[in-house]
Design a protein around this ligand. Sequence first.
Ligand code: NAD
Length: 214
Amino acid sequence: MIRVAVAGAAGRMGQAVVAAVEGAEDMVLTGQADPALGTTLADVLGDADVVVDFTQPDTALGNALECVEAGVHVVIGTSGFDLEPLKSARGANVFFAPNFAISAVLMMKFAAEASQHMAKAEIIELHHDKKLDAPSGTAARTAQLMEGDVPIHSVRLPGLLAHQEVILGDVAQSLTIRQDSYGRESFMPGVLLAIRRVGELEESPVVGLEHLLF
Ligand SMILES: NC(=O)c1ccc[n+]([C@@H]2O[C@H](COP(=O)([O-])OP(=O)(O)OC[C@H]3O[C@@H](n4cnc5c(N)ncnc54)[C@H](O)[C@@H]3O)[C@@H](O)[C@H]2O)c1
């Protein structure tokens, strides 16, 4: 059994991860850290093999460094922070995915390929209005994987969850690749896969679910 603690357990994503871990036959939920629950990461680290972090842009890096120093692997979904300091962190593995949905991973892969054949591209990313960072981690990662300079436009509106369009243009033609997450369950198979695999990574940090899927 993999012992899993969730950081940000009271949040929208954290609650979905708690339910997914409780439903997984090869995992046991050992801790829930969140100021809203009156528990800190330090309270739950001792009982965990893996911590899953869905917190905030300003807390994810500190949490990840604390996990690695304690020898606990960490799976990060929080976006909008710089991963650079984690490159020199040794003691446990770090896995980060800007998007844990398989359809989003495929969208990024197809967009990267299409950008090698089309003249220009722009990204429109659309999220719910409680999202703290812009542009989204998914849009930033998509642009990084594509050829050329790809501008990103961010939309924040109630009613939306997580959506992205990559629009590519060339002479008298365009191609639109669109991905939609309609519920937070869309991210859970990817999160569970990362929990199962983070302990056996040969390098750290690893960025992107594609490294576990393909
Ligand atoms: N990678 C993905 O696939 C993916 C998908 C959806 C959302 N996200 C990202 O996940 C993050 C969380 O999103 P959300 O909608 O659940 O946010 P949320 O605001 O609902 O939840 C964040 C939770 O973190 C808690 N928190 C704050 N500081 C903490 C700390 N130091 N330790 C533990 N918990 C702490 C807050 O109290 C809150 O309950 C965001 O960065 C969002 O962009 C990533």
